[in-house]
Design a protein around this ligand. Structure first.
Ligand code: AMP
Ligand code: ZN
Length: 499
């Protein structure tokens, strides 16, 4: 039977719901973002109240993505999730660069079309993103499907004197015509020009100035090309993002993001193109993640010191990779190591075990009224939520936010038992779930997969391959991977192992 004290103690449960309302009221009030443009933290003020327009430069698809490429995907997906948690509507656009020298090279090596290569690796990249719990973008535009918009913007730039056509048909952006050139990378155009004046790059003799950059270039033998008023050819790399951002988000956006290697020249050139063509400021906040390193050197395909996301998925659940990426502030370099991955695995396990306990208690706890001391603990938990939010609002400090989550798990573990009230347990569970969801951590422990289930799926894959339904076969393989099962096609047949 309930005593007076217990009845009073039920009150905080009402506060739980106010707590959810409370999240909406504080929308973006104290949000600080480090803006590469000003090189300082600025208060986030959206262009349109309650909405965020975000563009994140996506990968060039000529191979499986490596875990360096995964860093911006995870970081900016988390930024998006935090805005959504705060009640913002986020329009998130991220492109795939599907025409590029590296794609063409890979196609020639394999003796297939560039499209075959790019389509294959877009699909593979999407599977990796799903396994890392990166949400699909509102739009994932492809460069090859936006050529019309690129021709239009290049035409506008030529008409206004910001671009010119060289004799061979190449169209260059005239950097000297854009007075703010260098404002993002804090480079001085005169220095850029004088530094390179003497260098004549083969194939770029038609440039008026060495700092000018390509908007459109003539085709080479065996390359994909499109008709244009200047020559049969293909776009330079930078123009696609200016065009896709304009088409899907408008002339001006809130946030433009990517890895720090994109600051110059890619983002500097995007600003020049967009602002010269549209006549207004392009993006208000420029966010850049630092590199993921290995042995303190940037992980990259060209250096050959990389792991693909797929390789890592054979050793770890990709939730661990995600948790590892968020264990550091996104603007700090992060060194990849087995030790840090193990530490992330253990940390994640601690959270998931804490969550399991709450779920079990919720099923079992029959009390409908809280205990007096639970009221106090709810206040402590709410203070931790505030700590978490303060960390996230300080330029998305996920490292400190994760510390707050650990403290919440500790509080939960030490203050719940079979005697706890259902309200208290549910409050802790829902709070923990919400905070984990912003970080993209799935709080369900993976169900045990039965051998018989795996065998059935392998049989279905074999059948699909026999029927030449390779899409289905690949899907089954990806599903198995998500369940922690890796397949190996050997001469003796398919072998599988758990990871
Ligand atoms: P790319 O396919 O080279 O254009 O790269 C796609 C995205 O991954 C860009 O935002 C890059 O800045 C980012 N990126 C590439 N390598 C790394 C790395 N080692 N660490 C962090 N970000 C990276
Ligand atoms: Zn871009």
């Amino acid at each position: 039977m309930m005593t007076g004290a217990l009845i009073r103690a039920v009150q905080p449960v009402g506060v739980v719901f106010e707590f959810h309302k409370h999240l909406k009221i504080r929308k973006g009030k104290n949000m600080k973002i480090f803006n590469t443009l000003s090189r300082r933290k600025e208060e986030f003020v959206p262009l349109e109240p309650g909405k965020v327009k975000m563009y994140v430069c996506g990968p060039t698809v000529y191979n499986f993505i490596h875990i360096g490429n995964a860093r911006p995907m995870i970081v900016f997906d988390t930024v998006r999730r935090y805005f959504e948690y705060k009640g913002y509507e986020v329009n998130y656009v991220s492109n795939f660069t599907d025409v590029d020298d590296k794609i063409i090279k890979a196609a020639l090596e394999e003796g297939v079309t560039a499209e075959t290569i790019s389509k294959r690796y877009i699909e593979e990249c999407k599977k990796d993103m799903a396994a890392m719990n990166v949400k699909e973008a509102t739009t994932h535009p492809l460069a090859t499907e936006e050529i019309g918009g690129m021709l239009e913007m290049i035409h506008t730039l030529i008409k206004s004197g910001h671009a010119y056509q060289a004799e061979d048909g190449t169209v260059y952006f005239r950097t000297g015509s854009f007075k703010d050139y260098g404002k993002l990378s804090h480079k001085n155009l005169e220095e850029l020009q004088s530094g390179f004046r003497e260098i004549k790059v083969t194939g770029e003799e038609g440039k008026e100035d060495s700092s000018d950059f390509v908007l459109w270039k003539p085709k080479k033998e065996g390359e994909p090309f499109w008709e244009s008023p200047w020559c049969q050819g293909r776009p330079g790399w930078h123009i696609e993002c200016s065009v896709m951002s304009k088409k899907y988000l408008g002339d001006q956006i809130d946030i433009h993001a990517g890895g720090e290697d994109l600051i110059f020249p890619h983002h500097e050139n995007e600003i020049a193109q967009s602002e010269a063509a549209n006549g207004r400021e392009f993006a208000k906040y420029w966010m850049h993640n630092a590199f993921l390193n290995i042995d303190n050197r940037k992980m990259s395909k060209s250096l050959g010191n990389f792991f693909t996301v797929r390789e890592i998925s054979e050793k770890y659940d990709l939730q661990v990779l995600r948790f590892f990426m968020l264990s550091a502030h996104y603007r700090s370099p992060l060194n990849f190591s087995a030790d840090l991955m193990e530490a992330s695995k253990n940390g994640l396990e601690r959270i998931l075990t804490g969550m399991e306990k709450l779920k079990d208690l919720e099923k079992g706890a029959a009390h409908t009224g809280g205990k007096a001391e639970e009221e106090e603990k709810i206040s402590e938990a709410k203070a931790l939520v505030e700590k978490y939010e303060a960390a996230m609002e300080d330029d998305f400090n996920t490292a400190d936010a994760i510390s707050a989550v650990f403290e919440l798990v500790k509080l939960s573990n030490s203050t719940t038992d079979a005697d706890s009230s259902r309200e208290y347990v549910t409050f802790l569970k829902e709070t923990l779930e919400k905070l984990c969801d912003v970080l993209g951590i799935i709080t369900e422990k993976k169900a045990e997969v039965l051998d018989s289930e795996v065998e059935e799926m392998i049989k279905a894959r074999k059948q699909a391959r026999k029927e030449k339904n390779f899409a289905l076969a690949d899907e089954i393989r990806a599903n198995l991977l998500n369940m922690g099962i890796v397949l190996e096609d050997t001469r003796e047949g398919v072998k599988w192992k758990r990871v």
